[in-house]
Design a protein around this ligand. Structure first.
Ligand code: FE2
Length: 481
């Protein structure tokens, strides 16, 4: 399956490969005839030296990176095929390690560790050794150190697209909004429009601009990226984020519905992008649309990928908060989270696993998850801090909500609101904290707090039907005698 998908994508990107080949020749960096490199040192399209690779490996590596930049196809299959032919290709092993290291799943992390071990045994130049070190940090759960190591690489080599992209993803997983923007902004002057992968720089910069509140530039930059590469699912996603933050639901639906083939076909970001479309419908009160998206592209395939399960939990929890009938939808999702040990290896996931356990009424699994989180807080990795600061109190708050102890939910969530970025994710994802807090404030009968929180939300989203509903409900709370 992997090789078939890989072959499909390489085939569909033939013009891209030809462009790279032409650029390689134009730059005189490597001559490739029938897959044989005639120079001892090969370089990529940006002039970065690659150890242990021949010309074919370089082209395959670039194709795999293109897949990752667009979040399409089968980059794992592509790099596996490359490594089969070029087992000494150190950046091939590093690339594979990054793919698995960013998956936030224990089994994937094991593969990242194996890739790191393989890479450490190989001859490498200074840049590649720095990548191997960064991968080592990531595979050991040292997210911040990995992000710093990749920052250093990109400072030295601003056209190292992989260092920029993996660093950008680490900024996302560590909730570092400023670096989501600045890691890319630093490198942009060294890039030009015709450089392969430039669209991805714009797509990433757009996301960083959005997460730092520079919405106009974010939208323009993201739209430009999609113009350059319509398959760039991350850039598509960056513009969706702008519309989410600006509460432009109709614009958001139009943006996502305009060319869905581009961001869904062979995309492994599509579930998250479908989730974004669901957010727009949810805010408008179009619950049947949200349920249709949940039953269709979001959960219809029963994805057992943690990051997709996060989207499923986040969508179903919003429906649960809004009092929608979710039927038996929580059960299969809770089963998936159980199989992943409640996502405890990454605190952001665990909070979303708790939603599923609460939704499915699985008290035992919920309590076991809290116990596993207490153990995780004693580990020496960065997830210990993510869990201690945000993940554990948030999971307790969700469980309290499920138990009907809304006052306790309020007590636990209020201190989290302003530090929640520490366990990663985006503003749009972490909005579930505010939504849960508002609902808990209303249900607990805390009229002053409910009025304050709903007024705050209405100020940010004045046209939103959901804001209006919240304000109305807060105003109808009967004062306690
Ligand atoms: Fe997103």
């Amino acid at each position: 399956m992997a090789s078939r998908r890989n072959a499909y994508l390489i085939g569909s990107n033939q013009s891209y490969a030809n462009r790279d080949r032409a650029q390689l020749r134009r730059q005189g960096l490597a001559r490739v005839v029938r897959g044989v490199t005639l120079q001892s040192m090969v370089t990529d399209v940006h002039g970065l030296s690659l150890s242990g690779a021949n010309g074919d490996a370089v082209r395959q590596f670039e194709a795999a990176q293109h897949m990752l930049r667009c979040f399409i196809g089968d980059p794992v299959g592509a790099i596996d095929a490359t490594l089969k032919d070029s087992p000494g290709f150190v950046m091939g092993h590093v690339f594979k390690g990054y793919l698995f290291g960013l998956a936030t799943e224990p089994a994937a992390t094991e593969i990242a560790r194996a890739a790191h071990e393989a890479a450490t045994t190989l001859p490498a130049n200074a840049r590649e050794k720095a990548h191997v070190a960064a991968l080592g940090h990531l595979a050991a759960g040292r997210w911040h150190a990995a992000g710093q190591a990749l920052e250093d690489i990109a400072i030295e080599h601003p056209r190292d697209a992989l260092a920029l992209q993996v660093g950008h993803q680490i900024d996302f997983f560590t909730g570092n909004a400023k670096m989501l923007r600045d890691r890319i902004a630093r490198a942009l002057p060294q890039w030009s429009t015709d450089a392969p992968g430039y669209h991805a720089l714009l797509g990433m910069h757009a996301f960083g601009l959005e997460e730092t509140g520079d919405y106009a530039r974010a939208e323009a930059t993201g739209r430009r990226a999609v113009e350059l590469e319509p398959r760039d699912g991350w850039a598509q996603h960056s513009v969706a984020h702008v519309m989410e933050m600006q509460s432009r639901q109709r614009d958001g639906i139009a943006w996502m519905r305009a060319n869905p083939d581009a961001w869904t076909n062979e995309s492994f970001l599509q579930i998250h992008n479908w989730w974004h479309l669901g957010l727009f419908h949810y805010e408008l009160g179009e619950i049947s649309e949200v349920l249709a998206l949940y039953d269709g592209p979001v959960m219809g395939g029963q994805s057992a990928v943690a990051l997709c399960m996060v989207d499923a939990s986040a969508m179903l929890w919003r429906l649960h908060l809004g009092g929608a009938d979710t039927g038996g939808r929580w059960e299969p999702l809770a089963d998936l989270w159980t199989a992943q040990a409640g996502g405890v290896a990454y605190a952001f996931n665990a909070a979303h696993a708790m939603m599923a356990f609460v939704g499915a009424g699985r008290q035992k699994a919920a309590l076991e998850l809290l116990e596993a989180q207490r153990t995780a807080m004693d580990a020496g990795d960065d997830n210990a801090g993510f869990t201690r600061d945000v993940g554990y109190p948030m999971a307790r708050a969700i469980l309290a909500f499920g138990d009907g102890d809304y006052a306790q939910t309020v007590r636990l969530l209020r201190p989290l609101r302003h530090i929640a970025h520490r366990f990663g994710g985006s503003h749009a994802q972490r909005d579930v904290i505010d939504l849960t807090l508002i609902e808990a404030a209303i249900r607990s009968g805390n009229a002053p707090l409910a009025r304050a929180l709903t007024a705050e939300r209405a100020d940010q989203r004045p046209e939103s039907p959901l804001s209006g509903l919240f304000v109305k409900r807060a105003g109808e709370i009967t004062p306690a005698i």
